[in-house]
Design a protein around this ligand. Structure first.
Ligand SMILES: Nc1nc2c(ncn2[C@H]2C[C@H](O)[C@@H](COP(=O)(O)O)O2)c(=O)[nH]1
Ligand SMILES: [Mn+2]
Length: 211
């Protein structure tokens, strides 16, 4: 259900000028990414769902698994571990919340501003993090577009694992909203492999127990 109510998220932090404490506060806020569960799985009542950090970690390792030597792989790893950083303040906004893309971007930009200016004081590390986040959001570089594919493929992989392990009923919407949109040829091939694995799992599940 969409709402006209403009969402606001008060800044998580206001500096009082003690820069070392401001930096530590940023480090502590990162814990939210480790504890906040991903909304899509919570919505589908998946037991013990992964966190935002779990999702970003696997994306970073998937980036290391890429064979495409035209891509700046270290840059892809950094984009992966930064891309959902703003969710420490705004949470994991899922499509079903129907928040307009512009509003989501504005909320996340405000969060990033709070992090890099209030907590990291526009330092070189702060500018590095903000630039990475903006590169991912703008989707103008091959690395950013590749990492967006990893965002999609990682989610589909996790959906398959939940169907397989926790006996969760079909999570088909997560496959429909991700695999058809893969653009990088290598990730597309990973997606086809995952679809084959899922089809084989479904076939095996339909075999009589004593076949
Ligand atoms: N219920 C659904 N949730 C979905 C679907 N596609 C994505 N999602 C969830 C997954 C995450 O919790 C969140 C967005 O994740 P980002 O990594 O993009 O921040 O939305 C879906 O089809 N159904
Ligand atoms: Mn993501």
């Amino acid at each position: 259900m969409s709402t006209d109510r403009q969402r606001t998220f008060p800044p998580l932090y206001k500096s009082d000028g003690d820069e070392p404490m401001d930096r530590l506060s940023f480090f502590h806020i990162l814990e939210r990414l480790k504890t906040q569960k991903r909304t899509g799985w919570v919505d589908h009542k998946v037991p013990n769902p992964e966190s935002i950090a779990d999702h970003m970690y696997r994306m970073a390792v998937l980036a290391l698994c890429c064979s495409d030597e035209t891509l700046d792989i270290p840059k892809c790893v950094m984009l992966a571990v930064v891309h959902d950083l703003a969710e420490a303040q705004v949470g994991d906004i899922a499509p079903r919340e129907n928040i307009p893309k512009e509003e989501k971007r504005k909320l996340e930009e405000e969060a990033m501003h709070n992090f890099v200016y209030e907590m990291l004081h526009d330092s070189p590390p702060a500018r590095r993090i903000k630039a990475l986040w903006k590169e991912y959001e703008d989707q103008l570089t091959p690395e950013a577009r590749f990492v967006k594919d990893l965002d999609r493929f990682e989610m589909a992989s996790q959906a398959f694992e939940y169907e397989r392990s926790s006996g969760t009923a079909s999570l088909q919407p997560f496959f429909d909203s991700s695999l058809p949109y893969l653009r990088h040829p290598e990730v597309q091939s990973w997606g086809r492999d995952l679809e084959r694995e899922r089809a084989e799992m479904k076939t095996a599940e339909q075999q009589p127990l004593h076949s």
